[in-house]
Design a protein around this ligand. Structure first.
Ligand SMILES: *[C@@H]1O[C@H](CO)[C@@H](O)[C@H](O)[C@H]1NC(C)=O
Ligand SMILES: *[C@@H]1O[C@H](CO)[C@@H](O)[C@H](O)[C@H]1NC(C)=O
Ligand SMILES: *[C@@H]1O[C@H](CO)[C@@H](O)[C@H](O)[C@H]1NC(C)=O
Ligand SMILES: *[C@@H]1O[C@H](CO)[C@@H](O)[C@H](O)[C@H]1NC(C)=O
Ligand SMILES: *[C@@H]1O[C@H](CO)[C@@H](O)[C@H](O)[C@H]1NC(C)=O
Length: 649
């Protein structure tokens, strides 16, 4: 047969089958898909870590097809993971999320190749809190899947319907099982109809023999006949080894309605408390294998434990038995007679998905599936045996209106991004006209500003205000200019340095402050008033503050000179900034700014005030002190002078 087809093909008698490359009309072709590109320039597909249970498989496939074909991203389906916890590790960047030891798991990676995990059961608060500790890789839980996960007690729809019809008794309510008022056993099979040795686990092999669970059962109910003590341990009492019977049918076993659960006794302690509290005649049975568990509710009219979403019993359309609403405080304290809590199911994403592909995250936020939808998809898969991709593709083809509303609006931008006009490339400040606009990372010199309008929340790229700048793109704010700098224009990538003669001692300013008259700064970017000093030819005479007076002839005043430095001969910036008296001039210490011209230049060496050559005194170095006389460039004792003169003769 195969060779015949091959032959016909080779002969050109048959056209090869046209395989559609995409599921959806107008879906992006595989060759045109884009990858994520991280800040280091590394490119890789959107990593979808697939949970290996029906809801995880179905919703991963749904999301994956849409992300690929409608958002245009290359998707890699990773895993499969066995559980939600594997998915949590995966989106935190762990290299081997399904490994059992922390070492093998390798959660110290800096880049994550898994970005999404669907139907994440929010039932692992301590693991989640642990993963949040690594801030750089902390995963996020987005919105609800649209349905919650739950475990409950169910019965087959056929039983519920026939009893409602014939007796008017609503078996979907727990009160209908109260043995004081009704005879529910009339509508169910009895325990002797079950081949217990073949299909059931012995109580001793199950949670019914858990000391801690049974101690709690006893404490909550006081039902001492429902338990026994074996070697000091409190364990459930199963007289025939296979069934634990509730008080209301314990003495008359034919009145017991069978309750099937599986595993090692999923929720047995909860069902036992409910049965005793609400007077329900129940015989608890734990199926031997998964196959036995799946078969028992079909083979026997019974109550059974189940969870949603899950396809195991879907075609039987099980009906949930409604108990009093969940009492959180009660459950926390071991009182389990009310309904168990529902479990929130969300989409888990990596921390960096928002920056790598905001539209993908936006899409996931919008995605909302009802329990009826997911059940329809799972039932289709069960009935046809087709792949999850085929089944979800069929569903997408038939429910366009539903998923179209999940696709992100092109003009709904995230923080770091802003609206831009596609045609002109110019930033757009609103979306009163949505056509032709999309989001892009904000350029440097702008910041991404939240905008709330009639459509909802988006972001625009606003120019940096005066006195600020932003060198990086995709920023959420502009940085105020440092001291010594300013910015007098909008939308700047950097601040300007204060020019000569000005300073700025505050951050975030649009201007610099001018130094007082007659003063200036030594350089650009001055940060304080004290950077101002007198210009050359002037001297600062104010002890505090700055008052620049013109220096008289005979006084050389470099820039930054002060009266104090002139008087002391010490300047904090160095000697080149010291005002000095010129040679041939003289000032007094009392009035250092009053300059005298000396008769003989060599009498007045200049320098600091009151400097005279050779010990001369007076103004301006006019004479030698009394008893001295000028000789050889200095004032000499008259006696000595005479001697010298005499000797000199
Ligand atoms: C595909 O795209 C074209 C052009 O954009 C549009 O006219 C057509 O309605 C689209 N088809 C579907 C099934 O969305
Ligand atoms: C998509 O990713 C796969 C790896 O998962 C890669 O082999 C393929 O080339 C990528 N496609 C595109 C269009 O980049
Ligand atoms: C119950 O199953 C066992 C096999 O596990 C079989 O030997 C036995 O005959 C069955 N009993 C009844 C009553 O069918
Ligand atoms: C069950 O029978 C025992 C004695 O056989 C009796 O003490 C007990 O009260 C009975 N319990 C109920 C709920 O009828
Ligand atoms: C249990 O149910 C079977 C039918 O499945 C019936 O023949 C039998 O009499 C019942 N036993 C009791 C004690 O009611």
């Amino acid at each position: 047969m195969r060779s015949l087809v091959a032959t016909l093909l080779a002969l050109g008698c048959l056209q090869p089958l046209q395989v559609a490359a995409t599921c959806l009309a107008n879906g992006t072709e595989p060759a045109a898909l884009k990858n994520l590109v991280n800040p280091s320039g590394e490119a890789y597909p959107v990593g979808l870590f697939v949970g290996n249970w029906p809801g995880g498989l179905a919703t991963s496939s749904l999301a994956g097809i849409l992300i690929q074909e409608m958002l245009g991203y290359n998707v890699s389906y990773n895993g499969p993971g066995g559980s939600t916890t594997h998915g949590m590790y995966a989106i935190s960047g762990c290299r081997n999320p399904t490994a059992t030891t922390a070492e093998e798991r390798g959660c110290d990676a800096k880049v994550t190749y898994n970005h999404i995990t669907m139907e994440m059961w929010e039932a692992y608060p301590s693991l989640w809190a642990d993963l949040q500790k690594n801030k750089a890789m902390a995963p996020k839980a987005l919105t609800s899947m649209g349905y919650d996960g739950k475990t409950s007690t169910y019965l087959l729809k056929s039983v519920q319907e026939s009893v409602a019809e014939s007796e008017g008794l609503p078996l979907e309510f727990y009160t209908s099982y109260n043995a004081n008022w009704w005879k529910p056993w009339l509508y169910f099979d009895n325990t002797s109809s079950v081949n217990a040795t073949r299909f059931l686990k012995k109580c001793s092999e199950t949670q019914i023999f858990s000391d801690s669970l049974m101690r709690n059962y006893l404490a909550q109910t006081g039902d001492s006949a429902g338990v026994q003590i074996i070697d000091g341990a409190v364990v459930g009492s199963c007289p025939d080894e296979y069934f634990w019977r509730a008080p209301s049918c314990r003495n008359e076993t034919f009145k017991c309605v069978i309750f099937f659960t599986g595993g090692a006794g999923w929720s047995v302690h909860l069902i036992m408390q409910q049965a005793t509290a609400w007077n329900m005649p129940i015989a608890m049975a734990i199926a031997n294998t998964w196959g036995d568990f799946a078969a028992m509710p079909v083979a026997h009219r019974s109550l059974f434990y189940w969870w949603e979403p899950d396809p195991t019993f879907l075609e039987l359309a099980p009906v949930e038995v409604i108990f009093p609403p969940h009492d959180r405080v009660g459950h926390a304290n071991g009182d389990l007679k009310t309904a168990p809590s529902t479990i929130r199911l969300t989409k888990g994403v990596s921390k960096d998905l928002l920056s790598l592909a905001p539209r993908v995250e936006n899409f996931l936020v919008n995605m909302e599936i009802s329990m009826a939808m997911i059940n329809a998809i799972m039932l289709d898969q069960k009935n046809t045996g087709d792949s999850w991709d085929d089944v979800t593709c069929r569903w997408l083809q038939g429910n366009k209106a539903t998923w179209e509303s999940w696709l992100p609006d092109d003009t709904t931008c995230f923080a770091g991004f802003g609206l831009v006009d596609i045609e002109s490339g110019e930033l757009a400040m609103d979306r009163t006209v949505r056509e032709g606009k999309r989001c892009q990372a904000c350029p440097s010199g702008t910041f991404s500003e939240r905008l709330v309008d009639s459509i909802g929340v988006t972001y625009i790229c606003s120019a940096c205000p005066l006195g600020t700048s932003q060198a990086s793109g995709a920023s959420l704010k502009c940085e105020p200019c440092d001291k010594g700098t300013y910015q007098d224009e909008l939308g700047s990538q950097s601040c300007k340095r204060c020019p000569l003669g000005t300073y700025q001692d505050q951050e975030g300013q649009a201007q610099c402050i001018a130094c007082p008259d007659g003063s200036s700064t030594l350089g650009l970017g001055s940060v304080a008033f004290t950077d101002c000093g007198c210009v050359e030819g002037r001297i600062d005479v104010a002890p505090a503050g700055l008052t620049c007076e013109v220096c008289s002839v005979g006084l050389t005043c470099p820039a930054m000179g002060t009266l104090e430095s002139y008087e002391t001969g010490v300047h904090p910036l160095g000697t080149k900034y010291l005002p000095i008296v010129d040679a041939g001039y003289y000032t007094t210490a009392a009035e250092p700014l009053k300059v005298y011209k000396c008769g003989k230049t060599w009498h007045c060496p200049g320098g600091v005030p009151d400097s005279c050559a050779g010990g001369r005194a007076g103004v301006p170095c006019a004479e030698c002190p009394q008893g001295k006389t000028w000789s050889e460039g200095q004032c000499m004792e008259c006696e000595a002078w005479r001697q010298i003169l005499w000797v000199g003769d």
